[in-house]
Design a protein. Structure first.
Length: 127
């Protein structure tokens, strides 16, 4: 069985990395294309510079940053409101935003009710 090579809109990961930002913007979805067309914010430009310098331990609050080809293979820590969540960016994430992969809410797992939580537990003695 042959492993199928990943392609995004007919382009391989290597071809995506060779594209300029304008060429990349032409093949991603319209919402992301509009964001790139308007230009990056100052914080996003700082993040891009850090990625280009191959800095280690990159942390960012830019959850709305579009994933671009220079990010592929890098580990970026994204703030989720409480802590920085490490994320290894892959080619499959192309066209998405960083915040989609660092969830801000956790699922609630309830346990048994505590003493005093129900009417019947009021009668129990606490030792």
């Amino acid at each position: 069985m042959v492993k199928k090579e990943f392609t995004y809109k007919g382009k391989t990961e290597a071809q995506l990395k060779e594209l300029s930002i304008k060429q990349y913007a032409e093949i991603i979805p319209s919402r992301a294309r509009r964001k790139i067309k308007r230009g990056f914010t100052d914080q996003e430009k700082i993040l891009i510079r850090k990625i280009e310098k191959n800095e280690k331990n990159i942390e960012t609050h830019c959850r709305d940053m579009i994933i671009i080809p220079i990010m592929f293979g890098k580990t970026i820590k994204i703030y989720n409101g409480k802590e920085f969540f490490p994320l290894v960016v892959t080619a499959e994430m192309a066209g998405h935003v960083l915040g989609e992969f660092a969830l801000t809410r956790r699922s609630v797992a309830h346990n048994a009710p505590g003493i005093g939580a129900t009417r019947s537990s009021d009668a129990l003695s606490v030792r």
